[in-house]
Design a protein around this ligand. Structure first.
Ligand code: SF4
Length: 288
């Protein structure tokens, strides 16, 4: 029997729902999962915006953000995950530009000088129903006397089909703040930097739904741990799984997709398959 984790965070819950086997590799076996470039761009932008929001309101300018980014870069550059990317000069310049675009994207959404920031990167640890929850809230503001929970996103705004999971995550932060402070936030927001804000009213009903959903995940994690059964969930995302070499099911999925031509060409896990191409006189080439 595998021990249950002490806490469940929104990212851990999402990882389990994505693929229980991948979750086990990361959260039980503690195998390293290096952050990819997109995640690191987001980390750097988060850090700069955190520092920016610690400044007095009037000082939260684009110039101040540039200075903070310059000052924060040398330390970030030493990070092992960043070093793992092994970027040459041009790629490193492109990385910094991408991160800067994410930072500057905040001004396309709101004027940070006008925001009444209560906290940044606030750790919340509390029980949500049966779930020992932990999470880091990017920013908590006060607007018209009411609490607003905000989560920065540096990736592309997902299509409407995929937004529910993201909204669920920020609703959990609202639930955790409610549980730990007794005050129900008024709004939960996803700030897609440089794109748009998804702004959702927080209601008791939505908070309850989010907790119920999380409780279901927690129950399934408990069952998987008790039975030592962490099933693979093979999808196109296997193409980005860092544990592919430990997972025969994932590898079979990649091979199947490559043969079917349904694996995106930029998937890091693209395998050099030995695909036979039969060419018959007078017919088009076909892939065996
Ligand atoms: S390769 Fe796919 S099925 Fe295997 S652990 Fe990774 S995500 Fe899960």
């Amino acid at each position: 029997m595998t021990d249950l984790p002490q806490y469940l965070s929104p990212s851990s819950a999402a990882a389990f729902e994505g693929c229980p086997r991948r979750w086990r590799f990361k959260y039980v076996d503690r195998l390293p999962e290096p952050s990819g470039q997109a995640a690191l761009v987001g980390s750097f932008a988060h850090r700069v915006l955190e520092l920016l929001c610690e400044l007095p309101n009037a000082d939260r300018t684009l110039d101040a953000a540039k200075r903070l980014a310059r000052d924060a870069w040398p330390e970030f550059e030493q990070d092992d995950d960043y070093a793992t990317l092994d970027l040459d000069d041009d790629a490193a310049r492109a990385f910094r530009w991408q991160a800067w675009l994410a930072v500057a994207g905040l001004w396309e959404l709101e004027d940070p000088a006008a925001v009444d920031v209560v906290s940044t990167e606030q750790k919340v640890q509390t029980d949500l129903g049966p779930v020992p929850f932990v999470g880091i809230v990017d920013r908590v503001d006060r607007r018209d006397g009411k609490l607003v929970v905000s989560d920065y996103k540096s990736g592309t705004l997902p299509g409407s089909r995929w937004r529910a999971d993201k909204i669920q995550q920020v609703m959990l932060y609202a639930a955790a703040l409610h549980s730990s402070t007794g005050e129900l936030p008024d709004r939960a927001r996803l700030l897609y930097l440089g794109q748009r804000i998804l702004d959702i009213r927080v209601t008791e009903r939505r908070v309850e739904d989010a907790i119920e959903h999380l409780s279901g995940t927690w129950r399934r994690i408990g069952e998987a741990c008790a039975d030592e059964a962490f099933e693979p969930r093979t999808t196109v995302l296997c193409g980005w799984c860092p544990f592919l070499d430990r997972c025969p099911d994932g590898r079979a999925e990649i091979e199947r997709r490559q043969r079917a031509g349904t694996l995106p060409a930029h998937a890091p896990a693209a395998i050099d398959l030995d695909i036979e191409v039969e060419v018959e006189v007078g017919t088009a080439a076909r892939v065996a």
